[in-house]
Design a protein around this ligand. Structure first.
Ligand SMILES: Nc1ncnc2c1ncn2[C@@H]1O[C@H](COP(=O)(O)OP(=O)(O)O)[C@@H](O)[C@H]1O
Ligand SMILES: [Mg+2]
Length: 242
């Protein structure tokens, strides 16, 4: 049986004026259903490009992305959009909330877009877990960055997507909000069985994953070439036990 998420030999080069900027130079990876995988690597190593590709938001120059046996390349734009809305929740470093809507509407809009009825009981549950239940009538500009990201995470989770993709979700957050966001991702993975892929710069955050993938220069680096990354960061281990 093949893996839940499969990427095969993904390549992508951006063209900037007359200059070719290679972003992905042949990335292959497999993620099993229910795994929590973190992806780390220096800035410019292609992590966000990979994120957009795994989410079906950009196409590779070559190579394929196969989600639950379905090859993105075999789908029409409409089918790909539908698959994305029904199966994937996205969290971005810069939150991407709609500024004119309340936090509540920002969350509910995900259900509207997916064409499903908002599950108010589940919404109550996750917004309470995220500590934003009392903030739902506020607009993003009236919320702290940490609160905005927690709203964005609630939006990503509200339809119970099988896959949660997060691109540096704690990159702009203080440590309290980071902890809440990471803990929620962990619960969505362990309690709800969601498959989570998280890109991060933070070694402690990376330890929330079951497995760490290292990227450099558009490629995956073999684990043995990363001696500075110990498999179990003591602080993360402590946090998980408490
Ligand atoms: N839209 C774009 N146009 C041109 N170059 C881009 C674009 N997006 C990313 N790049 C380049 O591709 C490379 C990988 O970028 P990115 O995927 O954002 O890496 P990371 O998320 O690891 O920082 C970098 O050299 C970056 O400058
Ligand atoms: Mg990035």
């Amino acid at each position: 049986m093949s893996s839940f998420i499969v990427a095969r030999e993904l390549r992508k080069t951006y063209r900037v004026g007359k200059v070719d900027v290679p972003a992905l130079r042949g990335i292959s990876l497999s993620v099993e259903k229910g795994e929590f995988v973190t992806i780390v690597g220096p800035s410019g190593s292609g992590k966000s490009t990979l994120f957009y590709m795994l989410g079906g938001l950009t196409r590779p120059d070559s190579g394929s992305v196969i989600i639950d046996g379905v090859d993105f390349a075999a789908l029409s734009d409409g089918e790909r959009t539908r698959l994305r809305k029904s199966k994937i929740g996205f969290v971005f470093q810069k939150f991407n909330l709609l500024p004119t809507l309340s936090a509540r509407s920002n969350i509910e809009i995900a259900s509207d877009i997916a064409g499903v009825k908002p599950d108010s009981e589940f919404q109550k549950q996750i917004t309470e877990m995220l500590g934003i239940a009392q903030r739902l009538n506020h607009r993003p500009s009236e919320l702290s960055g940490g609160e905005q990201q927690r709203v964005a995470l609630a939006r990503a989770l509200i339809n119970r997507p099988a896959i949660v993709l997060a691109d540096e979700p704690t990159g702009n957050l203080d440590s309290k909000s980071s902890g809440i966001v990471l803990e929620m991702l962990r619960r969505s993975n362990k309690d709800l069985g969601q498959t989570v892929l998280m890109i991060t710069h933070n070694p402690e955050a990376a330890e929330y994953g079951d497995r760490i993938i290292h990227m450099r220069d558009g490629q995956i680096v073999a684990p043995e070439e990363n001696p500075q990354w110990t498999p179990h960061h003591p602080a993360a281990a402590e946090h998980l036990q408490s």
